[in-house]
Design a protein around this ligand. Structure first.
Ligand SMILES: CCCCCCCCCCCCCCCCCCCCCCCCCCCC(=O)SCCNC(=O)CCNC(=O)[C@H](O)C(C)(C)COP(=O)(O)OP(=O)(O)OC[C@H]1O[C@@H](n2cnc3c(N)ncnc32)[C@H](O)[C@@H]1OP(=O)(O)O
Ligand code: NDP
Length: 506
């Protein structure tokens, strides 16, 4: 019997960010392994014209939840969606809902965040810092609360090379930052943002670091733990391999590469690709929830959820395997054949951006114009290159994360819990994982049918022929122009022709 699964039985659990990538997998696992839990409260806002109920309905009816419905047929009754907007005061939660949350919650998993790298500082502070502070305040009023688990990121201190499971202070106190956001206007905030974030690459990593400081400072008597995952990728095993539902991290780039838009990237092939499957993060999160509530460690423990020190894989190997999978299961209607290069040199990278990315986009737009259609490829390419430039920071460096707490927790689990809540990435086979990841991107993000593979392969063969024809035509034109202008080129050309005739006659 799993002690962790039994622990969540009969519990009332509050999850923020339950509609996000990690939140959904967390809910799925909870319902599947502890179907006798009392209730999961989720804080949900309305979005894209959908009510909170419609959003929950959509999640529960997705493929991710198919197994849950078998184990926990009354899952609809056990999920309680509470309207909340984490950008608002008291999260805009109604009085009755707030009362229920305060009096019933046993465990909190705080997953909500803005993960955008380019969010204005004001917005990132609101969600990643102020909302965390408010949630802690709520937690301090919950008499039945046993544990508060905060999800941060392994990159909150990416300005360091070696990162321990401790909280590193930022130069300016989070409270001062929160206060200043109230009276500074947007223009001034934009001006001081680079100074505040210092040697971090974006507002995301900076505000996640501030969020951790807030957790430390406002923890009071709460039983708190912080989890720091690295780059979260598709599921490894559960509920099935390869599930992914957003474009963050590598997923968007896999699409861009598979569709032939992205053919080169400024990345260091030997740098560690610290990817971690989302189900591994969820298993560790649930184990931490149990451990924190039952063992009540004296201080706030931080758990690194990373792969690099247990089972390292580098970007070169990853890119190679991604390309190998495209050979087997190509994406449909590719713009160009997937064929890509890693370069560490900025000038080479700019050259490839011009030749391999921008030029084909301009030519394609020209073709669209000629055929009376609206050009769109250059715009799309510019956005893609902007996205890639923001991710480049993370594919040109390696970090070392110490994992004492994570290893300690692993050793505390019973063999059954180690199996059911497996977060031991030493068992992960990268080649298999990446292949399933690419397949998952094709199935769950692009919604492409496997039956379309022969047609996709045929399309790639056509693109290869067009590529050869284009190159041959380009060569002949260049040669023709050269011959017309240079006696030397003409002499070379006639010499080659004579040699060919000579050898053919022998
Ligand atoms: C030796 C062999 C060689 C082989 C070489 C092969 C190599 C070349 C090809 C590469 C093949 C791929 C191989 C894998 C390599 C992958 C590298 C992956 C790097 C990943 C690094 C991630 C680091 C994360 C570290 C921190 C982790 C965290 O803690 S947080 C989670 C991560 N957060 C994010 O990822 C958020 C990032 N996104 C954003 O911040 C924003 O979306 C944006 C700023 C990037 C863009 O914002 P914008 O306002 O312009 O637009 P938006 O509306 O958001 O989207 C615009 C369009 O772009 C699409 N989109 C969005 N995100 C991505 C993405 N990550 N990748 C690609 N495309 C993306 C989005 O859908 C929009 O599209 P349209 O709607 O069509 O316009
Ligand atoms: N993905 C990754 O690679 C990594 C993620 N992390 C951390 O893991 C956690 C979860 O990330 P992930 O699931 O990938 O992120 P997602 O972007 O997929 O999910 C974010 C969640 O936060 C919710 N949210 C955002 N703003 C508000 C708001 N104003 N009110 C209510 N809810 C809001 C979103 O709701 P809605 O659906 O309404 O937008 C969504 O449910 C985050 O804390 C992130 O920092 C850490 C390392 C890597």
């Amino acid at each position: 019997m799993s002690m962790i699964a039994a622990f969540y039985g009969g519990k009332s659990i509050l999850i923020t960010g339950a509609t996000g990538f990690m939140g959904k997998v967390l809910m799925e696992k909870l319902f599947r392994t502890s179907p006798d839990l009392k209730v999961i409260y989720i804080l949900v806002r309305t979005k894209a014209g959908q009510t909170t109920q419609q959003r929950v309905f959509q999640i529960l009816n997705s493929k991710l939840f198919e197994k849950v419905k078998e184990v926990c047929p009354n899952v609809h009754e056990k999920i309680r969606a509470i309207y909340a907007d984490l950008n608002q005061n008291d999260f805009a939660i109604s009085k009755e809902d707030m009362q229920e949350l305060l009096s019933c919650t046993n465990i909190i998993f705080h997953c909500a965040a803005t993960v955008r790298f380019d969010d204005p500082l004001r917005h990132a502070v609101q969600l990643n810092v102020t909302a965390t502070q408010q949630l802690l305040l709520m937690a301090s009023q919950m008499p039945k609360l046993e544990a508060f688990i905060h999800i941060s990121t392994a990159f909150s201190n990416c300005n360091l090379k070696h990162i321990d499971e401790v909280i590193y202070p930022c130069p300016v106190e989070p409270k001062k930052i929160i206060d200043s956001m109230e009276w500074l206007d947007d223009a001034i905030i934009d001006e001081i943002t680079p100074k505040l974030i210092g040697d971090r690459p974006n507002t995301y990593t900076y505000t996640k670091a501030l969020g951790e400081m807030v957790v430390q400072q406002e923890s009071g008597n709460l039983n708190i733990a912080i989890i720091r995952p690295s780059i979260v990728g598709a599921t490894w095993q559960e509920p099935f391999p390869g599930w992914v539902d957003n474009l963050n991290g590598p997923s968007g780039l896999i699409i861009a590469a598979g569709k032939g838009f992205l053919r080169s990237i400024r990345a260091t092939p030997m740098a560690v690709a610290d990817l971690i499957p989302v189900d591994t993060v969820v298993n560790l999160t649930l184990a931490v929830g149990w451990y924190t509530a039952v063992h009540r460690p004296k201080s706030t423990l931080i758990y690194h959820c990373t792969s690099g020190n247990f089972n390292p894989c580098n970007w070169g190997k990853m890119g190679f395997q991604v390309l190998a999978t495209f050979e087997k299961v190509p994406f449909e209607r590719a713009f160009r054949r997937p064929n890509a290069d890693f370069t560490t040199n900025t000038i080479t990278s700019q050259y490839w951006n011009a030749v391999s990315h921008r030029a084909p986009a301009i030519i394609y737009d020209f073709y669209l114009r000629l055929t009376g259609r609206k050009p769109r490829m250059t715009k799309l390419m510019n956005r893609l290159l902007r996205t890639v430039s923001m991710l480049e920071y993370f594919v040109n460096r390696s970090w070392e994360w110490s994992t004492y707490n994570t290893e300690m927790l692993m050793s505390e689990l019973s063999p059954e819990d180690q199996r059911v809540f497996n977060f031991d990435v030493r068992q992960l086979n990268w080649l298999e994982y990446i292949e399933n990841y690419v397949l998952g991107v094709k199935k769950y993000l692009l919604k492409e049918d496997m039956a379309g593979i022969p047609e996709a392969k045929q399309h790639l063969r056509r693109l290869r022929n067009i590529h050869y024809l284009f190159n041959t035509a380009l060569f002949l034109i260049a040669w023709r122009l050269l011959i017309a202008r240079s006696q030397m080129a003409r002499n070379v050309w006639f010499f080659i022709l004579r040699m060919m005739i000579f050898y053919l006659r022998r």
